[in-house]
Design a protein around this ligand. Sequence first.
Ligand code: NAD
Length: 495
Amino acid sequence: ALIGLGYLAYGIYEDRHPVDQHPADPSKKTLVILGSGWGSVSLLKKIDTENYNVVVISPRNFFLFTPLLPACTTGTIEHRSIMEPLRNILRHKTAAVTFYEAECTQIDPVNRVLTLRDNSEIKGDIAETSLPFDYLVIGVGAQNTTFGIPGVQENACFLKEIPDAQKIRTRIMDCIETATFKDQTEEERKRLLHMVVVGGGPTGVEFAGELQDFFEEDLRKWVPEISDDFHVSLVEALPNVLPMFSKQLINYTEKTFKDEKINIHTKTMVKKVTEKTIFAEVTKADGTKEMIEMPYGLLVWATGNAPRSVVRDLMTKIPAQAKARRGLEVNDYLVVNGTEGIWALGDCAATKYAPTAQVATQQGQYLARLFNTMAKTQALEEDIAHLEELGHATASIDDKKAIATEIEAKAKTLRRSKRLMPFQYTHQGSLAYIGSDKAIADLTFGDGNNLTSSGQLTYLFWRSAYVSMCFSTRNKLLVIMDWLKVKMFGRDVSR
Ligand code: NAD
């Protein structure tokens, strides 16, 4: 089996020769793609890079398979298993793509130029520069929202990127080691072992489930002295968790959490956070409100998205975006309203769809079709112009007729390719892991038929769906190996 795996790995990597690609062609129109997330990468996978001078800008030089990020916080999955180097994605394109690891800090939509900042720790002579573009696709994602609630930014952990997951993993063990320090007071020990998750969306629910698994399957065994005091609480402002799932699955999740001993505090809105305490307003059954205090050791904040500063800054520069709040408003073709030749996709675009990986992926595929079609259209227009010139130049009636027929055929293809349909999203369903080897699935198929399922079989489906969605064979193998490793040896409890 090992030899087989070796051959498979060799087969996958043997064609890794970026030097074999056509070099990038700066004489072509420059298409800049911002971001290396779901939207930008799905666009990159499908676009024909022969037609443009494609430049990709992202502060991280890899694609991150975000659905498995909650599992990284407890070491169920190692972070490198869900990272795919961008250069490994780009080397498959026929014409080379230029990549700069940088943060785009400003977009000038009038002069069509970007400001880029090298935000790596090591700085060279040039730390900031500019880059002109003809076409721009903005796929920079979003940042965590705090709603300006005091103390959140300073005291909470978030869950969006790899360093966030690593910070949480360290914090969990830190809380445990400090709680079990010699002569630690009873009260302090209880506080340190109280793990609070704010936000009952899929991120909060999946993280709470993973953390409780970590406790039940490993921590309880390795550090038995924390058994009575380790608690996970999930705080949600609305009357129930997972509002995007069906009622039946919400009830199933809430019941599973109760069985797993995760405390769910619904109708509880966090108003303020200090270094050791959360202050929240609870709406009681009779409608009255009460302020409660929750001492905590770890606070994970998962209350959804807010636009990044580069996007907010761009919105102020475009009068048509004056009313935009959630992100860049786009038309049916994903063109940023009030601009020309600038598109937005994924979490930085405000559309009628939820900001999910599925939406971003389909938007990326749509834009790839759009750019491929645009190039084809331009080539046809040039062909027709050339044929028209030939037609004028020739004296032969027969040649004129033949050229006219050819022009008509090309014009027909041109008309067809110009009829580009607006972006249409096809929802295939939602999946979430809820802990103790159980998952929930709300699937859509055919003409909007719905199928809901939950439990351990759904967890197997969840696992196989996510493995099949992992970017590369290497990622798939690493994820499977991580699961096997945890099954055999348990999770690593070192800090
Ligand atoms: P979310 O927006 O889905 O949920 C955030 C929750 O936080 C809301 O229910 C909100 O009521 C609550 N909240 C806000 N302020 C609060 C406060 N002060 N106190 C208590 N609760 C508060 O956020 P998410 O889970 O980060 O998801 C973001 C997007 O990504 C969503 O569109 C989601 O569907 C998608 N996503 C999907 C999956 C999946 O399908 N498995 C996984 C992760 C994320």
